[in-house]
Design a protein around this ligand. Sequence first.
Ligand code: PLP
Length: 380
Amino acid sequence: MLYLDAAATSAVRREVLEAMWPYLTGDFGNPSSHHTVGESAARALADARATVADWLGCRPSDVVFTSGGTEADNLAVKGIALATPRGRHIVTTPIEHEAVLESVDYLKRIHDFEVTFVDVDPTGLVDPAAFAAALRDDTTIATVMLANNEVGTVQPVAELAAIARSHGVPFHTDAVQAAGWLDLDVSALGVDALSISGHKLGAPKGIGALFVRGRIPLEPVIHGGGQERGRRSGTENVAGAVGLAAAIRLGDAGRQERAEAASLARDAFVAAVLSRVPDATLTGHPVLRLPASASFVFPGTSGESVLLELERRGIVSSSGSACAAGSDEASHVLLALGFDEQLAQTAVRFSWGPEVGAPELATVAEAVIEAVRTVASITQ
Ligand code: PLP
């Protein structure tokens, strides 16, 4: 089987599991306990935090461990919006992950916030001038994802964050899909908050982190024993944090070379599909995109049927965002990019990890060509 759904999740790497093992067994302590078992767990947690901070170029105290990307997004959006005294206005885009969109909707419904959605162009890009125009004196947070999970478009986050800063507006970015491929140095990006998720990086599901700059006020979303400096209560997932740090260390070595090689292989894959599948269109930006993802619409098919045909040929991929699995509604991202509902239902997303290279992608391209031909001939 070829696994082309890395944007949904990836396997836990063996080295990651080995790093975690002691903290699930002998060193199982609670970091809040004042004895040697607890202190050992607290040291492991501090080391993991230092690794995440080093990777992001921030202070360890600016890292809050969470249960994943969804919680990091919730904490950033709700936590900053509710703690910022500027007012009750939020700026975001219509192509954010549900973790952001639903947090924004909650603030609107329950706390009377107003929301401005900055439109994206047909490639999924936010126009910095439109973003600037959306900011107001009462804007409490602006949140724009670094890379989109469905179409892979990478936003000009450094430029957007600089605009937000010049207006005094805290800026958050969801970097869940960008992690492992793009540089996440928070000073270079100029962001005030940034979300990541372990299971997209080779760490387990159930661990993630939010970077939030120390001076940014943050209202906790989960209340309790005051762990994570009061920003996220609950006994810490020590083994998960150790696993996240191990995955970061493994993934950071040679990242840039890997990303460049992946982009070249992706371009060849995209070219093969576009040249041989009639009317196929690549979704997202042609250049400003994640290195290891490509998503298409195949007119005259249904995405679900193409997926089944691909799976019969040993290739596992996705019709849209797996995070919204179970829903057969057209993707909100593709609709925001201007695709009509029918075309949006023909979308198939391929996303892969470092184990998939040019030879595997050539096999996938052949399977795509056959699968689309089969589905189109049945549909007609
Ligand atoms: N943000 C983006 C862009 C994602 O792609 C995902 C999951 O796919 C999430 C947030 C949610 O992350 P998690 O699955 O860790 O809750």
